[in-house]
Write a protein that binds this ligand. Structure first.
Ligand code: ADP
Ligand code: MG
Length: 374
């Protein structure tokens, strides 16, 4: 069964947790806005604080597995949060890395980056090729690396390597492996081979985005790197390891934006999958025997064999320091951390203005323990 995470399940208990990292991007003040300074800041390599909007003399403190401050380089994020899990996919285990957070907080920068500052995806793919190269001598296994690239948009699974394809089904085989019949799977022999397929597919997605209301921030982009190894001995044993690299849809409160029509439908789908993801991460991290609701959304169904169980998962929650992101930051932090601490301490030594936001923007789960907006 999929429920491999009960507290009694000692063997898997340690590995089934989802490691949670938070990355704060640098402050980007715009010329036409007054410079209010940041509303969130790091304390050390695991803790950060955000001003409490109910009381500017208080801050709310959060603790995570890792906190990456605004100075953190792409290389550091990769080394600490991603590189350690990659060797497992050469041994037939699964792994997933996903970037969560509001639109504009740095998910795509973290996952994709740019030619000067490449992100997790190019670094991880290079590393997988390096690991395979280092292995090939003498150990008796032949390795083959392949890729698929897909998007979940409005609860539809779309093949980005074959853009004209329709919604694809998600199936499970008798060994509980998740598969997508009909999804393009391309063997790649080098990093440049990967790039040749990945870059045009990524561009496809970006072009569609400008036509379709920033679709790229409203869909989940999922890159799958699959490593199959076959023993050269007569037995020809075969093991498959999968790595999912996911740039999630923006986590901002979609109900707040007054969406209608197609955007309302998108919002429902985004809320469903991110809400289900949060329930899945919660039940994995709580270590209790509660049902892990993988089947409640396409995203979690797809990740079912690569999230929890013996898989290795990392969630990088991206946040932005500007006040305009305040409530989205608060809700992203509450998604990522299940405990927080209110501290009686002013955020800065100067007087800090409480952000002026319409009452209807405040949601109960954004709050830090009180009720209502005064
Ligand atoms: P998202 O994908 O979450 O919507 P982006 O990755 O597109 O956000 O980031 C928004 C903007 O902020 C982009 O211009 C990006 O280059 C910049 N940015 C994000 N994170 C960083 C960072 N750590 N350092 C420098 N610039 C960043
Ligand atoms: Mg993005």
């Amino acid at each position: 069964m999929a429920q491999r995470v009960s507290a009694a399940d000692g063997g898997n208990k340690k590995t089934s947790r989802v490691r949670v990292a938070v990355r704060l991007r640098p402050y980007m003040s715009k010329q036409d806005e007054k410079d209010e300074g940041p509303c969130v800041r790091g304390l050390d390599s695991q803790n950060l604080e955000i001003i409490n909007w109910r009381n500017a003399m208080e801050t709310v403190k959060y603790h995570f597995d890792v906190f990456h401050g605004e100075q953190t380089t792409q290389q550091e994020v990769f080394l600490s949060s991603v590189k350690p899990i990659l060797p497992h996919i050469l041994n037939g285990q699964n792994a997933s890395v996903f970037a969560y957070g509001p639109t504009g907080a740095g998910k795509t920068h973290t996952m994709l980056g740019n030619p000067q500052q490449p992100g997790v995806i190019p670094r991880a793919v290079r590393e997988v090729f390096n690991l395979v190269k280092a292995k090939e001598e003498g150990e008796g296994w032949d390795y083959s690396i392949g890729m698929s690239y897909l998007e979940i948009y409005n609860e539809k699974v779309l093949d980005l390597l074959s853009p004209s394809s329709q919604d694809l089904p998600i199936r499970e085989d008798k060994d509980k492996n998740i598969l997508i019949p009909g999804l393009t799977h391309t063997t790649i022999s080098s990093f440049s081979d990967f790039d040749k397929h990945f870059v045009p597919a990524s561009l496809n997605r970006t072009t569609a985005s400008t036509k379709l209301n920033q679709r790229s921030s409203r869909s989940h982009a999922i890159l799958l790197i699959k490593v199959v190894r076959t023993q050269r001995a007569i037995s020809h044993r075969q093991q498959t390891g999968k790595l999912y690299l996911v740039d999630l849809a923006g986590s901002e409160d979609n109900r707040r934006t007054g969406n209608q029509g197609i955007r309302l439908k998108e919002s429902g789908a985004i809320n469903l999958s991110l809400f289900t993801l949060s329930k899945v991460v919660d039940s994995l991290n709580s270590g209790t025997a509660i049902r892990v609701p993988y089947r409640d959304s396409k995203l979690t169904r797809l990740l079912q064999d690569s999230l929890g169980g013996s898989a290795h998962s990392v969630m990088i929650t991206n946040i932005a320091p500007e006040y305009i992101y305040y409530f989205d930051t608060f809700s992203a932090l509450n998604f990522a951390a299940k405990s927080k601490l209110i501290v009686n301490k002013p955020f800065t030594r100067e007087t800090v203005a409480v952000p002026v936001v319409p009452v209807k923007r405040a949601r109960e789960d954004h709050g830090a323990g009180g009720s209502g907006v005064e």
